[in-house]
Ligand binder design. Structure first.
Ligand code: ATP
Ligand code: MG
Length: 473
């Protein structure tokens, strides 16, 4: 996942709304409704919109992306900003990243930039690095009817495993996923090239796949997740032709590598549209294939408190993103897994009367997170703290003594506290417990000791020692 760090948020607010107006004036035939119209986008030639008639401005493109575009152009190559970068700028949004397409081969791109690395097997791509920003440069590729004959490696299920047949910008456009992503900004004259009637769909706020939906999903099942994500992020409708096959094909997600699904998880849930993404995933039958245990648990639940807890966590995450507060993927992961972990821990305790709640939670959280890792590869740096956050939950019931004090200084206190608040909000815990732990954080260390009943007697151990001891769940 590539994230722009250019910090130019202000400018985007100014052009919001503007872009849409420009497109409307130029491209949308009055009275046409994208969602009821089944149109065959087989017009191969692009619509070319000159600079004077669109709102994509260099002022809103990352300086590094411009550097790459110009260097390619000066090297005698074609160079376009492509996909989400152009789409978001036309919508008046701030792009998450800037991708570039060119007729230069990956090795030729590498020769132009010292800060460039070639990556990928399925697609060979060039990554040009500028500090924390990475500009992805892809060589135009071909795809089409003669796909198999042209040397693509295709799995028997129809999935594309390798796709390195180079082509022209026209050919490149038709292998892209949605029409609104087949948009190119040409650095040679600053025009926008729109293929597959993408501007029409952009204006109609409609997600339409290029080509035949079933085939496109078979080639790459992640496109189904992308449909859910773009619908959520952009507040677009998925065209019925693109939405209808998804529930029946959702099981293809099971064959996608778990590491790629973690990247998709981040894009869906860490960029301010987590709640909407979740709703789309559920609606389209995709969530069951990302979090099968959670989906099973929600389906079997007697009431909706677990679902409400998950939805509240998603809203809170979106709110934190809006406020620029830090977020971590382990928190939502933990919330998704908590209902299953809790149920499994109860089962273990019922089976063995010597098993404490703490032990049961350690076993259950390990077991459930290992099962989940087969679907989505949550890196260890997140899965370990996530389990700690879950395992700390019973500790909130103890509101006196040293154990309570050490909970306060536990490195996972904050995340565990946030999860506990959610549980209290949906009635899983007594509200007084939440009030107690909220209040005590406002107190001075001395007051805290008094509240928890640890202030009497000799001086306390050094704080570093107590923190060390307290870090064991
Ligand atoms: P965002 O950056 O907001 O996630 P994006 O559309 O830019 O949205 P990227 O994942 O950055 O998405 O991909 C850049 C472009 O590459 C897309 O706009 C699309 O044209 C193309 N693309 C990406 N993934 C696929 C895919 N699985 N199948 C076909 N085309 C794809
Ligand atoms: Mg992008």
């Amino acid at each position: 996942m590539l994230i722009s760090q250019d910090g130019e948020g202000k400018k985007f607010a100014e052009i919001r709304g503007h872009g849409a107006a420009m497109i409307r004036r130029l491209f949308l035939p009055a009275g046409k409704d994208c969602l009821t119209e089944t149109r065959k986008s087989d017009e191969r030639a692009p619509v070319i919109i000159p600079r004077s008639e669109h709102t994509v401005s260099r002022a809103n493109i990352s300086k590094n992306a411009l550097k790459v575009l110009y260097r390619l152009k000066d090297g005698g190559y074609q160079a376009y900003l492509v996909g989400g970068g152009v789409r978001d700028l036309l919508l008046g949004l701030r792009p998450k990243d800037f991708d570039i397409a060119t007729d230069a081969r990956p090795e030729e791109v590498r020769a132009l930039f010292s800060n460039c690395r070639l990556i990928g097997r399925r697609f060979r791509l060039a990554h040009v690095r500028f500090g924390r920003e990475i500009i992805e440069v892809a060589t135009f590729r071909a795809m089409g009817e003669a796909q198999d004959d042209e040397g693509h490696v295709v799995h028997e299920s129809g999935r594309i495993l390798a796709d390195n047949v180079y082509g022209t910008v026209e050919q490149d456009a038709w292998r892209r996923d949605f029409t609104i992503n087949a948009l190119y900004y040409n650095i040679a004259d600053y025009s926008v090239w729109a293929f597959a009637d993408g501007l029409h769909d952009l204006e109609a706020r409609c997600l339409r796949l290029i080509g035949e939906p079933e085939r496109r999903y078979r080639e790459d099942p992640v496109r189904m997740l992308r449909a859910a994500r773009f619908a959520a992020k952009l507040d677009f409708e998925v065209h019925p032709d693109a939405a209808a096959p998804i529930p029946g094909m959702a099981a293809l997600i099971d064959g996608v590598p778990a590491a790629r699904l973690f990247d998709e998880f981040l894009k869906m849930f860490q960029f301010g549209h987590a709640f909407a993404s979740y709703r789309q995933l559920r609606r389209l039958g995709l969530f069951d294939h990302l979090f099968p245990q959670t989906a099973g648990r929600l389906a079997a639940a007697e009431d909706d408190h677990e679902e409400r807890m998950i939805e509240q966590a998603l809203r809170n995450t979106d709110q934190r993103v809006r406020e620029g507060k830090p977020i971590t993927p382990m928190f939502l992961f933990g919330v998704f897994l908590w209902p299953t972990v809790e149920a499994r821990a109860a089962e273990l305790m019922a089976r063995d009367s010597n098993c404490s709640e703490a032990q049961a939670l350690v076993s259950a959280s390990t077991e459930i997170s290992l099962l989940q890792a087969r679907r989505i590869a949550l890196p260890r740096r997140f899965s370990f703290p996530m389990r700690e956050m879950l395992q700390l939950q019973p500790r909130f019931l103890q509101m006196r003594g040293k154990r309570a004090m050490s909970l306060l200084s536990h490195r996972r206190f904050r995340a565990a506290f946030d999860l506990m608040l959610l549980r209290a909000e949906v009635g899983e815990l007594d509200g007084e417990i939440a009030t107690f732990w909220t209040g005590i954080q406002e107190q001075s260390p001395q007051e805290q000791r008094k509240t928890l009943g640890t202030s009497s007697g000799r001086r306390r151990r050094s704080s570093s020692r107590s923190r060390r001891q307290g870090s064991a769940p």
